[in-house]
Design a protein around this ligand. Structure first.
Ligand SMILES: [Cu+2]
Length: 69
């Protein structure tokens, strides 16, 4: 497993946190996603054999948020 931290723009409440978490945890190869409202970031634990961070942008944007950087 590997962990990466991504900066997410647009999370304003617990509902947003849950939406980002659900969007990422629904992906194959993602074991856990832990968004931080305070930091505006999400830590993602994933299996690098099954997925890579390049696959994380589309579901986050589909949920209504933006990845920064
Ligand atoms: Cu919200």
């Amino acid at each position: 497993m590997e962990t990466t931290t991504l900066m997410v723009q647009g999370m304003t409440c617990k509902g947003c946190v849950d939406a980002v978490k659900r969007a990422l945890e629904g992906l194959p190869g993602v074991k856990a996603a832990d968004p931080s409202l305070e930091k505006g970031s999400v830590a993602v634990e994933y299996d690098p054999k099954e997925t890579s961070p390049s696959n994380f942008r589309a579901p986050i944007e589909a949920a209504g948020f933006e990845l920064i950087g």
